[in-house]
Structure formats: structure tokens, C-alpha cells
Write a protein that binds this ligand. Structure first.
Ligand code: FES
Ligand SMILES: [Fe+2]
Length: 436
């Protein structure tokens, strides 16, 4: 494959090369380092794909709001006085200041601090200036209102925005990912909620390295061996399982670049998989939860929700990892070699206090910025980014693992990453061809 020897592919779509006959899949390292690639990603991926903005539980009451960066913009995500959910671009129509500067709160109106223009929480301009200040036309056509994000839709309390007015519906976009969101949303009848304020941290690596890493079981044992040793030592590792071994369930392509790996958990899950280190007194409680799931969903689905772990990537930048805790994570590029990550813990509403403690402990212990996983993953990703300095001589990543396999892919193959890269290639190709 001569193209693989070319360190400088000529087109963006030429940065992903697949040869199914020879079981080869390569990605040009320039895709991780180039300013021009990031520019194209901004306009062709982040301006056009559905991007996660927040969870219903973060704005439970009327007039609740949160602000956060999404897709390179600053947004207000809120509920108005009637309970309707909105996403506004957080910029004043007057001269541009961010209107809401708090991270979250509850307010009957928003007032820009610069010159005092005010807005109702449904975005309508609400100041009353004396005659002579502004003409009648000034208020026409919504020009003085807060600008809405063109599209805002939700699925099972997960809210997404899209800056492309003509994008397909969120439901079509999520495709097979909906079934796996259901496996999270169905964990209690009371519904799920974001717990606490979440975490934010910076990784000095390209954003696509985290997209890959989040669904990459291949690196699990080499990179996280300390964690597995630790679990073993404290009695929190329970490899045996009712349905399969750690690697058996495999991965599923969910369409539109989304993919999931699913496997029998080696660890405890507060939603209903007990491990000895939790103590006998919690065993009964966890067993009751497990039986409750079986009653609601039948043996197979009930045990699947209780027992199995899932790492899912929703293209381009939402990860829902339903593992020893549930983490919801998004990440945005600041530069080709730098991203900002936001992560939140999701838990069952009304969860038993002790199990909630365990959930939060698990979340921090493995996935927290100072936990067993995140610093190790960060080191791996930053190490790759440093390695890409050699790209003129060694220009391609290999993502071929599992291609010759007959039958369904294993979760430590790399098919889930190939799903991501095919979608990336197609969206970048659309652009270079002048498509939509
Ligand atoms: S910039 Fe907001 S009132 Fe002037
Ligand atoms: Fe990891």
C-alpha cells in the first residue's frame, strides 16, 4: 500500500486509509497535529454534529440555568418560567458581553452587566428604555433577544445542541446508541441524575486521542495494571460472572460513528453488582436491586443492566461509561495538541446513601483527575502527542487490530475506533468536496 508510505497525504479524507483485503487501517498522524485539520473539524464536525450540552437533572426547577462551553461557543442551558428548556448563545445582542457569568443558578431574568440590557429567561429582550433611546424598529425581528442555538433536542434526559439548522433529527443521529442510553436511563424508575458539580481538566493531546482512548479495551491491562492489582488486593475484583468473561461480549457499531464495547464487569457496580470489599451488610441490598431489575426487565436484560459494563462513544465527543460508576464526559479541542475535558458522575435518583457513597468513591478512584485511570490515560495520550513530533519520518498510526477476525469483533479489537475514523473521514470528505 504505497499511500501508507507517503508522510503527507494530500487531502483530509486521504488521512484515513483502509484496505479491507489486506486487513490494514491507517490514520495519518497529521490529523492530530495540524491547525488546518482542526479548522476543518470545527466547521465540518463541531458545527454540524449533535453535541451534548447537559442533563435534565442539572436544571430541574423552572428558572434554573447553567452555562458551559459547547462546540467552541459559550452557551446558556436553562429552563424558563414555564419549564421549557432552552439553549442560548451566551452573548449580549448589544455589544457582545457574555450575559450570564455564573456557572449555575436560578434567576427570573438575565441582566447583562455591561450596560444593563435585560432578558426574560425565555430569551426575550426585557429592558424598558425611555423614548428617544431606541427607535421602534430596534426591537423588531428578535434582534434584541438572546440568540437561540439553532437546534436543541433530547433523548432520555440527555440534551444535545446542533449549530446546523438542517441537521437530521437527534433520534436519527443517535441511531443504535439509543438502546445503550436506555440501559443507563432504565437503571431506576425514579430516573437518573448528575451528582455534584463535575470535573474539568486539560490534556495536552489532540481531542481524538480521548475519543479513541474512551472505548479502547486494548490498553486496559497494560495501562491500568496498578488499578487491577489494587482491586485484587482489597477484594474488589470479582472476575467470575453469570454471563461471560471480561472480554467476551464484544463491541457493537451503533451507526453514524458511534460505538460501544460491552463486557462482564470485573468490578462492583452500585446499580447491582456486589463485590466482597463492600461487606456482607450491603450484599442483601445490592441483591434486592438486582432482583428489582430482573422483575422490571426480565432475566436477560435485568442481569445485563446489573452486571455488564459499557464504554460508549457518541460521535464526536460524548462518552458515557457505565462501568464501576457512570461517567458522562465531553471534550473540546483548544488547539491541535490540547483539549479541555468535562466529566460528570451520573447516579440513580433516590439512591441508598451508602451506595451513593460507593458510587462517588468509585467515580473518583478510577475516573477522577487524581484517580487510577485518568492520570495514566492522560500520560498515554500526551505521550502519543509527543511521539507525533516524529511524524515526518513515521507518519501513520495503525488501527488494524481484529480486521482478519472471522465473526463479531472483540472489545479489545480496534473496530470501534475504525467506526469513529470512517465517520471522521466521511465528514471531512464532504467538506473538501464542497458538500454539506
Ligand atoms: S454588551 Fe450587554 S448591555 Fe452592552
Ligand atoms: Fe484508560
Amino acid at each position: 500500500m504505497d499511500t501508507l508510505l507517503n508522510p503527507l497525504p494530500h487531502s483530509l479524507s486521504g488521512m484515513v486509509v483502509e484496505d479491507r483485503d489486506r486487513h490494514l487501517f491507517r490514520v495519518a498522524r497529521r490529523a492530530f497535529t495540524d491547525d488546518a485539520v482542526l479548522e476543518e473539524e470545527r466547521s465540518n464536525i463541531f458545527d454540524r454534529c449533535w453535541l451534548y450540552v447537559g442533563h435534565s437533572s442539572e436544571i430541574t426547577n423552572n428558572c434554573d440555568f447553567i452555562t458551559r462551553p459547547v462546540g467552541g461557543r459559550e452557551l446558556i442551558f436553562n429552563r424558563d418560567r414555564a419549564g421549557v428548556v432552552h439553549a442560548f448563545l451566551n452573548t449580549c445582542p448589544h455589544r457582545g458581553s457574555m450575559v450570564v457569568r455564573e456557572k449555575k443558578g436560578n434567576a427570573l431574568a438575565f441582566r447583562c452587566f455591561y450596560h444593563g440590557w435585560s432578558f426574560n429567561v425565555n430569551g426575550r429582550f426585557a429592558s424598558r428604555f425611555d423614548e428617544g433611546n431606541y427607535g421602534k424598529e430596534h426591537y423588531g425581528g428578535g434582534c434584541a433577544d438572546l440568540a437561540q442555538v439553532p437546534r436543541l433536542e433530547s433523548y432520555r434526559d440527555f440534551w444535545f445542541v446542533n449549530f446546523d439548522r438542517n441537521a437530521m433529527s437527534l433520534s436519527d443521529y443517535l441511531a443504535g446508541a439509543k438502546e445503550y442510553i436506555d440501559l443507563v436511563a432504565d437503571q431506576t424508575e425514579a430516573g437518573m441524575e448528575i451528582v455534584g458539580a463535575g470535573q474539568q481538566y486539560v490534556i495536552n493531546a489532540n481531542w481524538k486521542l480521548l475519543a479513541e482512548n474512551s472505548i479502547d479495551a486494548f490498553h486496559g491491562f497494560p495501562v491500568h495494571s496498578t488499578y487491577f492489582d489494587y482491586l485484587k488486593n482489597i477484594g474488589s475484583l470479582r472476575m467470575e460472572s453469570g454471563n461471560s468473561d471480561f472480554t467476551a461480549r464484544g463491541m457493537t457499531s451503533l451507526g453514524n460513528g458511534h460505538a460501544v464495547i460491552e463486557y462482564a464487569s470485573p468490578w462492583g457496580r452500585p446499580i447491582a453488582r456486589w463485590v466482597p470489599s463492600w461487606g456482607e451488610e450491603k450484599r442483601e441490598l445490592v441483591e434486592r436491586l438486582r432482583q428489582g431489575l430482573v422483575q422490571r426487565f426480565g432475566q436477560e436484560r435485568g442481569i445485563r443492566i446489573a452486571e455488564t459494563s459499557r464504554n460508549m462513544l457518541i460521535f464526536p465527543n460524548l462518552v458515557i461509561n457505565d462501568i464501576m460508576a457512570i461517567t458522562v464526559r465531553t471534550f473540546m479541542p483548544d488547539a491541535p495538541n490540547r483539549m479541555t475535558v468535562s466529566a460528570w458522575a451520573l447516579g440513580a435518583r433516590g439512591e441508598d446513601e451508602e451506595l451513593r457513597k460507593l458510587r462517588l468513591f468509585n467515580f473518583l478512584e478510577f475516573l477522577g483527575p487524581g484517580g487510577f485511570a485518568t492520570p495514566d490515560d492522560q500520560e498515554a495520550m500526551e505521550n502519543c502527542q509527543r511521539g507525533y513530533k516524529n511524524l515526518r519520518e513515521v507518519g501513520w498510526n495503525d488501527i488494524s487490530k481484529g480486521m482478519p477476525r472471522v465473526g463479531p469483533p472483540m472489545n479489545d479489537d480496534e473496530e470501534q475506533m475504525r467506526c469513529f475514523w470512517r465517520q471522521w473521514r466521511d465528514r471531512m470528505a464532504d467538506r473538501t468536496a464542497g458538500g454539506k
